[in-house]
Design a protein around this ligand. Structure first.
Ligand code: E4P
Length: 234
């Protein structure tokens, strides 16, 4: 299972890259809009520059920002022209009947596609069958309307494995630290997580307690040794 960073914030991305665990990055138009940037192209370029600065040869998903399937292929080509010098670029295309045509076209052109906004087993299987490299299942949004996101991920994984389809499942729309554990256990290949959860994933009160006890006891021992050495020297 791989961890991706779900962000369009360069600072947050660099904080994660410095810690060595990211295996990829996912953005979407909402994250870009909330990043406070003023130029889409320049912003994606700054994310690519950060990845190169950290020598992170990892996939970066950039999503089309048109809902019109007729314009999606052109925009995808534009992204490939503009950002394709970054060899790990993939294009996010939302699932849909006409969007499948775009996914198939890009896959034929060896442009890696992350088929996004999938909420169901059927959508994910359609996208994988059309040639998507990644199928993104939205854990939080699936649960928003009372569906069991775990069963959707599990069923999709079983079918991809059984049918020998190469697509990988990205589980996204993570809303809570508990989602991380459950989504990993549900069998997603990849989990894309908002940066705010990673520090929590490293934290545990018993860890703090153990480290504090180790330090306290070691310092006490150090002082005892020094005191006995000074006594002997006196
Ligand atoms: C990832 O690729 C998705 O775009 C992202 O996880 C969606 O998260 P949201 O449902 O919280 O917007």
């Amino acid at each position: 299972m791989k961890l991706f960073v779900d962000t369009a914030d360069v600072k947050e991305l660099e904080m994660c890259l410095e810690r060595g665990f990211p295996s990829g990055v996912t953005t979407n138009p909402l994250l870009v809009a909330r990043s406070g940037c003023t130029d889409f192209g320049a912003h994606i370029r700054s994310m690519i520059d950060a990845l190169i600065r950290h020598d992170a040869k990892i996939p970066l998903s950039v999503e089309v920002n048109t809902a019109d399937p007729n314009k999606m292929a052109d925009q995808a080509e534009e992204f490939v022209r503009e950002f394709g010098d970054y060899p790990y670029l993939n294009i996010k295309i939302p699932i849909g009947w006409n969007e499948l045509k775009v996914i198939a076209q890009l896959a034929k052109r060896n442009v890696p596609v992350n088929c996004t906004c999938c909420m169901s087993y059927n959508q994910a299987i359609m996208a994988a069958s059309a040639g998507a490299k990644y199928v993104s299942l939205f854990w939080g949004r699936i649960r928003d309307i009372g569906y069991d996101a775990g069963s959707v991920v599990r069923a999709t994984r079983e079918s991809l494995d059984r049918r020998g389809l190469d697509s990988e499942i990205i589980v996204g729309s993570i809303r809570h630290i508990a989602d991380v554990n459950e989504a990993i256990q549900a069998g997603g290949h990849i989990l894309t997580v908002p940066p705010k959860f990673f520090a929590q994933m490293c934290a545990h009160p018993k860890t703090d307690e153990a480290v504090a006890q180790f330090m306290t006891e070691f310092r006490a021992w150090e002082q005892a040794v020094q005191a006995s050495q000074m006594k002997r020297a006196a």
